[in-house]
Design a binder for this molecule. Sequence first.
Ligand code: FDA
Length: 308
Amino acid sequence: MLGPLLLAASGSDRIRRFVSGAPMTRPVVDRFIAGDALPDALATVRALAARGIDVTLDHLGEDITEVSQAHRSRDAYLALLDALGAEGLGDRAEVSVKLSAFGQSLPGGRRLALEGARAVCAKAAEIGTTVTLDMEDHTTVDSTLAILAELRRDFPRTGVAVQAALFRTEQDVRALASSGSRVRLVKGAYKEPASVAHQRRQDVDRAYARCLNTLMAGEGYPMVGSHDPRVIDLALKLAERYGRAPDSYEFQMLYGIRDGEQRRLAAEEGRRVRAYIPYGSDWYGYFMRRLAERPANLAFFLRSLLTR
Ligand code: FDA
């Protein structure tokens, strides 16, 4: 019940101002966000790399209203990639981009987002890494997949996230499970209407299993984006069934969630694990989605308010 309320709150400016301004929020935010600035993110990348965990970095920012903000997002990614290149981290770190931060929902947004993403893909290729497009709510899927197709012409390793919760995704993964494609399968973090998405957890989980089977059986590079132990077991079983080598797919988890499991998996011979690291000052939407996802995250937040 609380999940949908928190997801609704993630779009409210009033609640955003209240939560963002409250000093007691910060320690909880720090569990999920790797700091406000680039040096914070780089320190986290180095620490994880030392444990054999690769990363994908998300410079936080979404729901923008002006073209200048889209340019600022693009420039933040260019600076991030320059810094990763300077530290020789191109082989351990890629970046994750929300096209809304590049102006996707503004008038003429498709072109604007494509131009921003293209500049970021070019810089990523320069330092030997790549870009994955995050997936946002269902109204953005067609536009995101169209932008992906354009980017892949010049940057074939560009990846995309797809959400098992959406009915359409089973069809989308069939089209995407082809040679050279990189697809991150997630359950889906947005509140979606019953006309387009499964509403019950068990239905999402079953859809996830079917999509994962399609990706593992296919010729692309599956990225298993989940903390769910049943999903991780299933991925390992499917990899065995389809004769996949450990370096032909990877596990992805969010920064601050199941760190022990990330380390355990990464310690296994040849296993690839990537942590998704969000950083930046615009953390509100991302933070609220994490609280909505799991009662334990919310309980942790409420406890920290009471114990201060
Ligand atoms: P779910 O939340 O259903 O939990 C299942 C089980 O996992 C739990 O019962 C528990 O056993 C375990 N678990 C989960 N959280 C835990 C915790 N904090 N501590 C201990 N155990 C825990 N979404 C989206 O819409 N677009 C996107 O682009 C992305 N990108 C993305 C990247 C990466 C790398 C990840 C991991 C996730 C995303 N997501 C996303 C978010 C995704 O859609 C989803 O909301 C979360 O991953 C939560 O779903 P899970 O599959 O983790 O399991």
